[in-house]
Design a protein around this ligand. Structure first.
Ligand SMILES: [Mg+2]
Length: 310
């Protein structure tokens, strides 16, 4: 069996350092810009992604990197100055050109890293949940992931990690990693459901009500998939724009949930496929669960008119 411990330790280290960087900017009230797709990007996204890419490049120079942010029209000397100040106060070593590193993607390779420097940027801006997600795949097969969630459930930084066929684990603050397992609750009416704070659609709650769910957790980012993985919730339903679904958004949480014993599929019950930066799904939404009633949930979705209305 191939050993991915080097990749895994790097990803875990990087989400930990990136979380220090993003938290530094949060305190300094990082300014933000609106991208072409109408979503926000902040200086913290840039600073986090530059650090992550530069370390992946240093450790695995022949690997390809699939990362969310690019400098676009936003980069300027003032931004560079602030990022350098952040690195200095967090003892991050960086030499080279910041903008070039932000846009670096490496050679084309079947070894591909995915980088989401801040998932849930709106949550980050509002001092709510957000995450930093790193994934690694070989030949489009997810192999490892690490997700950093600052202030997870109002605690310290939680770092979630998984390796294909090796299970999922979590570490809080400086504590050692412990194994993760999904909830064993089989009663759908008692399921706790996560849904998106900023990107939800009405059909999600209509469907949840129709199957008797009454307990809801509304939050941003892939931290919702962490909550499925650690048994804090049993179901998460996410509307998707099929054309604009990206690998960096879903690969880390997908692998984490599956390695914790749960299931994640699109609304038709198909697993998610990743081809370069694209996340391939056959229906406009994802459903993650503890796995025990997953097929029933898919069937209930199929027999409701949710898919037509979505
Ligand atoms: Mg992001």
């Amino acid at each position: 069996m191939v050993d991915y411990s080097r990749e895994s330790s790097l990803a875990i280290n990087l989400v930990e350092i990136a979380a220090k960087i993003t938290e530094w900017f949060k305190i300094k009230h990082s300014s933000s810009y609106i991208k072409k797709d109408d979503s926000p990007v902040t200086l913290a996204d840039f600073a986090s992604q530059i650090l992550i890419i530069s370390e992946i490049r240093k450790n695995f120079p022949n690997d390809q990197i699939i990362a969310e942010e690019e400098s676009g029209d936003f980069f300027n000397p003032k931004i560079e100055e602030l990022i350098k100040r952040c690195y200095k106060s967090n003892q991050v070593q960086f030499e080279g050109d910041l903008e070039e590193m932000l846009n670096y993607r490496g050679p084309s390779s079947n070894r591909q890293w995915t980088v989401d420097p801040i998932d849930g940027t709106k949550g980050f801006q509002e001092d709510l949940a957000y995450a930093i997600g790193i994934g690694f795949m070989i030949g489009f097969e997810p192999k490892i992931c690490a997700i950093g969630v600052p202030n997870y459930k109002d605690m310290k930084l939680a770092i979630f990690a998984a390796e294909k066929n090796q299970g999922a684990r979590v570490s809080f603050g400086d504590l050692a990693f412990t194994k993760l397992k999904v909830s064993s609750n089989e009663d759908i009416k008692k399921f706790r459901m996560c849904y998106s704070l900023h990107y939800n659609k009405p059909w999600v709650l209509e469907f949840a009500n129709s199957i008797g769910i009454s307990s809801y957790i509304r939050m941003d980012s892939m931290a919702k998939l962490c909550m499925i993985a650690d048994g804090s919730a049993e179901i998460y339903v996410k509307p998707l724009n099929i054309q604009h679904s990206y690998t960096w958004d879903f690969l880390p949480g997908d692998l984490l949930v599956r390695e914790a014993g749960g299931m994640i599929t699109d609304l038709k019950g198909e697993s998610i496929k990743y081809i370069d930066e694209k996340c391939i799904v056959s229906a406009p939404g994802l459903i993650a669960s503890n796995g025990l009633m997953h097929n029933d949930l898919i069937q209930a979705l199929q027999s409701s008119n949710v898919l037509e209305n979505s």
